[in-house]
Design a protein around this ligand. Sequence first.
Ligand code: FES
Ligand code: FES
Length: 160
Amino acid sequence: MNPAPRLLRLNINGQCHTRAVAPAITLLDYLREELGLTGSKRGCDLGECGCCAVLVDGQPMLSCLLPAADLEASAITTIEGIGCGNTLHPLQEAMIEHGAIQCGYCTPAMVVNGVALFEREPHPDEHAMQTAIAATTCRCTGYNAIRNAYRAVAAGGETR
Ligand code: FES
Ligand code: FES
């Protein structure tokens, strides 16, 4: 017998969402299946590929590993909540400009991790950028263009 649903309230991209869901639902399932926010990608579902990264209180976290029920007191930001209306975040602009997108599957997490990095440190060094990029597996192996996009933002020092 399936456990009874529980009422869950989550603050996602500045909006409060309330749903009756399975008690053990992960944040990734909540986002994709309940809210239709499919920007966070399901790769391995095991905490290894990094494609499901979101920000939880400004920190990058793997949503496939997070029980949604633990996050009722947190502010969650997905790729859909980055940028402002039609204005892209500078890292999104830079990734377009540098062609840092192939199939695009890893791109949301590359942006989420970069946004967190540039919020912490507007001019990160190469090691910090490499660490942020390495948190996500790009199956297309196009890391050079992604690195160049990160470098462009670091050189500009813009975070919004
Ligand atoms: S889907 Fe979460 S780390 Fe791969
Ligand atoms: S662009 Fe295809 S996985 Fe990275």
